[in-house]
Design a protein around this ligand. Structure first.
Ligand code: ADP
Ligand code: MG
Length: 263
């Protein structure tokens, strides 16, 4: 479904212009909000092409963990390596490149309400990446087809269902051909009957070789799609395991309690 989508744009050579490996490594990452620690020394290596599901109770630090990767939050101490390269104190230009290689899909879609589905995708391609209008239109059309939204390209977000809006948001996250895509509870704001269509798009993406880090409460999805499950509670990773092992024989007592509640 997504084959051929991930050829690179004409990115100029600099730190994060070419993330061939697309690995993500957390090294003893601490995040505090004021005095309050919300990540208490997280270490984790995610390999290129891996699909990782982040599970854990509300408030455990899942969103913070993935928002740190593309610096929607800044870390307090420790280091995050992308493609083996440190990501602290980047120049503006390097940060822009990093963000174009790391897509982000939010729970609340975050589409621009005053722009059509197509314009939501072309905007960044034209204004951030300097694509011509014609190139951006072509790219947006291809992406919208891939998420099954070609016929809705000229509609505004408020005329689309939640599931359709989230599919547009996924297409937008893929516009700059990222090698890593982060999802923060992408189906949590959706009515139940719309969850399936979004998960279907994500499944196709998972098989495309892209690195995916997905915060989710969709246990069945994590079970089917993830290469590894990361269980986090109170700002600490308590368990990392392949899904079959995690769901059948969770090792940590807190993971067992969590699963008893959600399954
Ligand atoms: P999760 O995504 O697992 O629900 P979060 O990463 O959103 O958890 O939040 C972890 C903790 O950090 C929560 O206690 C939350 O209230 C707190 N927190 C998150 N964002 C902020 C912020 N901007 N300022 C202060 N505290 C925050
Ligand atoms: Mg969250």
């Amino acid at each position: 479904m997504f084959s051929g989508l991930f050829s690179s744009s004409a990115a100029d050579a600099a730190d994060f212009a070419h993330l061939e490996q697309a690995s993500v490594t957390f090294c003893d990452v601490v995040k505090r909000y004021g005095d309050r620690p919300v990540l208490k020394g997280v270490s984790l290596s995610i390999t290129p092409g891996e699909v990782v599901a982040i599970l854990g109770p509300s408030g455990s630090g899942k969103s913070t963990l993935i928002r740190l990767i593309n610096q929607l939050e800044t870390l307090t101490s420790g280091e995050i390596l992308i493609d083996g390269k440190p990501t602290r104190q980047l120049s503006r230009r390097a940060l822009r490149q990093l963000r174009s290689r790391v897509g982000f899909v939010f729970q609340q879609f975050n589409l621009y309400a005053h722009l059509t589905a197509r314009q939501n995708i072309t905007l960044a391609l034209e204004q951030v990446h300097g694509w011509s209008s014609a190139q951006a239109q072509t790219r947006a059309g291809a992406l919208l087809s891939q998420v099954g939204m070609a016929d809705k390209a000229d509609q505004y977000p408020d005329t689309l269902s939640g599931g359709q809006q989230q599919r547009v948001a996924i297409a937008r996250a893929l516009a700059s051909s990222p090698q890593i895509v982060l999802f923060d509870e992408p189906t949590s704001a959706l009515d139940p009957e719309m969850i399936g269509e979004v998960l279907l798009v994500m499944k196709a993406l998972a098989h495309s070789g892209i690195t995916m880090i997905v915060v989710t409460h969709e246990m069945q999805f994590a079970r089917e799609i993830a290469d590894r499950v990361v269980f986090i509670d109170e700002g600490q990773i308590l368990e990392v395991a392949p899904p079959e092992q995690f769901f059948q024989h969770p090792a940590h007592p807190r993971a067992r309690r969590f699963l008893q509640k959600v399954l």
